[in-house]
Design a protein around this ligand. Structure first.
Ligand code: GSH
Length: 283
């Protein structure tokens, strides 16, 4: 193989070039500069971006509001990860891992910081008693598929998406490796959805939200422009489910929050009230 990389004895950080998505991280964690986060009037403060990981949380919040749960009102502030805003002292205080989404729950005696999108989903689902079965096999199935989504999606996003859509050069080895894994995952999901209405059974849960933002967006042709390459329409059960979830009001509202990219009609940088979303969807 030409251009073979021979690793040096000791790895050093020599990230080169000006690819925004290849150069965000450094081998050290922690704050890079001092800056407090803004705080709005609601007890739930979300610091996020409308990527699939961010969409999971805003979809759940909008689903809770659609049920009439007023305590789920929230302020959603945009964290521009391309501009390194996830490395401010304020953001690192809420999420030491410097990745969106991050939530500050100010409703109790003490503020609670919640990070990792699945942890935020569980926190909110338990707080409001919705979209997570209380016990038994249905609860375990929901966790099975929620954790499946958390374990599987990095192969789709950081693996396939990075090498297929964002890397400066298209390289056969990583694209082949990750395309194979993503198609295998789609097949797992397709078989599950052949005999179940929703991802974890007959109930719509936080597992659907976590899986939809990645694999739903993918089969609906909204991720990495890879629909034809991966032949996503062949996963007919996933397509059936993705369309059904995509029609839900909470999903249509939640998916546009903190979105600063894509089509103009699906962009809402910050959300502080229901009217902020209404304005974008009714324009
Ligand atoms: N496992 C994390 C992943 C979060 C994540 O990867 N967030 C990305 C955007 S989708 C991010 O903030 N990247 C910024 C960075 O890597 O510095 C979760 O589910 O919350």
């Amino acid at each position: 193989m030409s251009n073979q990389y021979i690793p040096p004895k000791i790895w050093v950080n020599e990230t080169k070039g000006d690819n925004q998505w290849a150069n965000i991280n450094r081998p050290e964690s922690g704050a890079r500069f001092e800056k407090e986060l803004p705080v709005g009037e609601h007890s739930l403060q979300l610091y996020s971006l409308g990527t699939p990981n961010g969409q999971k949380v805003t979809i759940l919040l909008e689903e809770l509001l659609a049920l009439g749960i007023k305590e789920a009102e929230y302020d959603a502030f945009l964290i521009n990860i391309g501009e390194s805003e996830q490395f401010s002292s304020g953001f690192v205080g809420v999420n030491p891992n410097s990745k969106i989404p991050a939530l500050l729950d100010k409703s109790g005696d003490e503020d609670v910081n919640v990070f990792e999108s699945a942890s935020i989903l569980v926190h909110l689902a338990e707080k409001f008693g919705q979209f997570l079965p209380k016990d038994g096999a249905a609860r375990t199935q929901t966790f099975n598929w929620l954790f499946w989504a958390q374990g599987a999606a990095p192969f789709l996003g950081g693996g396939f998406g990075h090498f297929y859509a964002y890397a400066d050069e298209k390289q056969e080895y990583p694209i082949n490796r990750f395309a194979m894994e993503v198609k295998r995952q789609l097949d797992v999901l397709d078989k599950q959805l052949a005999t179940n209405t929703f991802v974890s059974g007959e109930e719509y849960t936080i597992a659907d939200m976590a899986v939809w933002t990645w694999y739903g967006n993918l089969v609906l042709g909204k991720l990495y422009d890879a629909a034809e390459f991966l032949q996503v329409e062949t996963y007919t059960n996933v397509v059936r489910w993705a369309k059904m979830i995509g029609l839900r009001e909470g999903v249509q509202r939640g998916r546009i929050v903190n979105r600063s990219f894509g089509e103009k009609w699906e962009q809402l940088r910050e959300r502080h009230s229901a009217e902020d979303i209404d304005k974008v969807l009714n324009q």
